[in-house]
Design a protein around this ligand. Structure first.
Ligand code: NAD
Length: 365
């Protein structure tokens, strides 16, 4: 590929997702892991995800196929070779600050160009926690993909089914089917690998870009441009903050949902309905600021009309509560009745199917 090379460090759930995204956009992907078995199952999983994406018309560039994209992915057991000549490195190792420090120190020593971007997928760590002492610290940044992961014991069945039925539909191709099935099934062995079943990142395009105080502004700009190019939707924090942007908003909603139930205002079910039949419908199209702009004659008018009341209601909401105690007992009892634990896999598949349908709808809008 003449687009250049991207290195993915860690071939677990997130490393695989990034490999799918970059290869489907035409980048050469060098995938590195310290565990050889992870790398080999990663390639099978990447193929399945690419097939699924192709079948839904969600490849990132015109003319790209799952097979072409797969050919752009190579696996490496040598970190230095994996990052050699890469324009962008996406670290996807487990969420542990000491490990990130170690991996970034290695990356720092192997990177030869002052142009290479060193990005971390970390969900919770601000980049200054693991990049401060590096020679190339100006090139370091967080690029956090927003992926909802289902913890499905022995999950992955749907991925297997969808891959087999979409890519290899004919019984005459049974050898291929058998191969794919065997590999996927071994990968999704519940004893070996309990944590799979994913909501692929290409259905949820958001990526949070979090620079450290010392990150070059050019690195921020180039990371944003690259994310857009591969079809993701980047947002940028102007300073380091816990929870980044997505989780700060999400936690505000979770906390108020909790208070509404704890204070006996409404049932958990009615909180759900308020989101799914109301607020959520709007929020998949416009955010809070456009809402303010549209719901009055511009945002100033909105604030003048409703600002005092909003402030008053927010004061009444009060501070954070601990997510435990009687309210938790009550929520657990109700949720386990309406969504029994044995049926979670089914509901997850339904959620993923709907998200895929929404992504397709938005693509063709
Ligand atoms: P994972 O456990 O599925 O994969 C981690 C991979 O890293 C494994 O394959 C492991 O063998 C490999 N690894 C371990 N040490 C390594 C090393 N020194 N060098 C190279 N590879 C090494 O984890 P994951 O869910 O893919 O998460 C990776 C990162 O992405 C974490 O920082 C996590 O917080 C972040 N993230 C996760 C999610 C999610 O929903 N899982 C979402 C967004 C971001």
């Amino acid at each position: 590929s003449n687009k250049g090379k991207v290195a993915i460090i860690g071939s677990g759930l997130i490393g695989r997702c990034w490999s799918v995204l970059f290869s489907s956009a035409g980048y050469n992907v060098a995938l590195y892991d310290t565990v050889a078995s992870q790398l080999s199952t990663a390639l099978t999983s990447i193929e399945a995800q690419l097939c699924d994406m192709e079948s839904k018309g969600l490849m990132r560039v015109d003319g790209m196929t799952a097979q072409k994209a797969l050919q752009l992915v190579s696996s490496f057991d040598d970190l230095q070779k994996a990052v050699d000549g890469a324009l962008y490195v996406q670290e996807c190792t487990p969420e542990n600050v000491d490990l990130k420090k170690k991996v970034f120190a290695n990356l720092d020593s192997f990177v030869t160009s002052d142009k290479t971007i060193l990005a971390s997928s970390t969900s919770c760590l601000v980049p200054s926690k693991f990049t401060e002492s590096l020679t190339h610290r100006k090139q370091c940044i967080v690029a956090h993909p927003v992926i909802t992961v289902s913890f499905i014991p022995g999950g992955g069945g749907d991925l297997v089914k969808s891959c087999v039925s979409t890519c290899y539909p004919e019984p005459s191709k049974l050898t291929r089917n058998g191969y794919i099935l065997r590999d996927l099934l071994s990968q999704y062995n519940p004893q070996k690998n309990p944590n799979y079943g994913i909501n692929p990142p290409y259905y949820v395009p958001l990526v949070e870009i979090v620079p450290a105080p010392w990150t070059d502004s050019d690195v921020v700009d180039r990371t944003v441009a690259l994310m857009k190019e591969i079809g993701q939707a980047p947002v940028v924090t102007k300073k380091e903050v816990n929870g980044f942007i997505f989780n700060r908003l999400q936690y505000a909603i979770i906390m108020e949902a909790w208070r509404l139930v704890e204070d006996g205002v409404c049932s958990p079910e009615d909180v759900e309905t308020t989101i799914t039949e109301g607020l959520g419908l709007r929020y998949s199209l416009i955010g809070p600021f456009e809402t303010m702009q549209l719901n009055a004659n511009g945002i100033r008018d909105y604030c003048e009309r409703y600002g005092a009341n909003i402030k008053h209601v927010c004061e009444e909401q009060g501070g954070p509560r601990s997510l435990s105690g009687e309210t938790l007992d009550k929520l657990e009892k109700e949720l386990n009745q309406t969504m029994p634990l044995e049926q979670l896999n089914e509901r997850r598949s339904l959620r993923d199917k709907r998200l895929a349908a929404l992504a397709i709808h938005r693509q063709h809008e």
